[in-house]
Ligand binder design. Sequence first.
Ligand SMILES: Nc1nc2c(ncn2[C@@H]2O[C@H](COP(=O)(O)OP(=O)(O)OP(=O)(O)O)[C@@H](O)[C@H]2O)c(=O)[nH]1
Ligand SMILES: [Mg+2]
Length: 418
Amino acid sequence: MSQFVDECQLNVKGGDGGAGCISFRREGPVVMGGPNGGDGGNGGDIWLVADHNVASLLAFKDHPHRKAERGVHGKGKDQHGRRGDSITVKVPIGTKASDLYTGEVYAELNNQGDRWLAAGGGRGGRGNAKFLSNKRRAPSFAEQGEHGEERWLKLELRLMADVALVGFPNVGKSTLISVISAAKPKIANYPFTTLEPNLGVVSLDDETEFVVADIPGLIEGASEGRGLGHQFLRHVERARVLCLMVDLAPMDNVWPNEQERILLEELGGYQPDLLERPRIVVGTKADMVQEGDLEIMEWDGDVVSAITGDGVSALVGKMASLVHDARQEVRHDDGLIVIRPEPSGALVERVQEGEFRLVGRDVERVVALNDVTTPEALAYIDYRLERLGVPKMLSKAGAVEGDVIWIGNFSFDYEPDR
Ligand SMILES: Nc1nc2c(ncn2[C@@H]2O[C@H](COP(=O)(O)OP(=O)(O)OP(=O)(O)O)[C@@H](O)[C@H]2O)c(=O)[nH]1
Ligand SMILES: [Mg+2]
């Protein structure tokens, strides 16, 4: 069954937040007015959404990156930047997303419309207008935008056949799948060429994709175990739509109507509900029959030639429409979405002797200022760290005077309060 698992890697990156702006009102040639720098917009998010029109992970193989738009920077006169557009990435129903490196499972999107936030956009930075306070009349700093989240995902999908090709050996099942999909099974002019089912993905247009299974040939008595077919009838069992293929130029002169009758008998003998499945019946090798032959064989159904291509697009269109209808039937499966809390606040990590690192969204935010060198910005940082309880955490962690404390790329020397 391993061949039925589709797998790919996907890199998702939320948009970066826009930077906050530093600007002051003009109130005359000399006097500087109050701060009016606007906030940066948030970066766009990336969502994975289960969509039944997508049947495989094929689309990701050549294009493994998805990146959402960044937020626009804030501007003067209190103009806030626009938020970046979010992206929804359509994935097949049943897609499992996990971390490429740790294997941790994030989400299983098992139902139409299930959504998972794969990478959040960064928050926009606050403009200097937001840092106005009684003590700080003319804040000369603003926040930078936060980076969007980024991760490498592994996507996995157990492929489900939408359409099963069912027919006697040698009717041209493998030839058809090789023409309508990228599957390249062995094709030969003798029965039982195909020994294992082959799956192929048919991409009709940007919106429609479905999976076709080429099943080893069935013969009369298959449901009782004759030939190869019976062991593969269980793959037929899972398909939404059946495509019965009957040979218009059979080697053994079993006429098409008779082939259809036997196939239906075998399907029904294996499992009666298979006869209720939406189905298409088509005569193959139409290029081999002469004018009048069809009448003699009393075949008035559809015909197709995988060799000349006659009737192929009509057949694919029919499959797509039956698959589309069958997909509307909602089967409900439990999904899974793991919400991992963002590390907020602050955490202290000891890097090595005399060196500590503060991590967490809030504490990292405190130093994400456009300029951390002005006394005013430093005073702000001090004040915010105090509010987050950082000095207490550092002393508990054993930091002593002169130790180096890192937050992101920013570092300072530890000075305990006296
Ligand atoms: N003339 C003609 N020959 C075809 C057509 N489709 C398939 N064939 C030939 O029929 C033979 C059998 O084709 P396959 O596609 O291997 O048939 P199959 O149904 O997969 O056979 P099994 O795997 O044995 O069940 C090959 O020689 C093909 O070239 C067609 O449309 N026209
Ligand atoms: Mg075959």
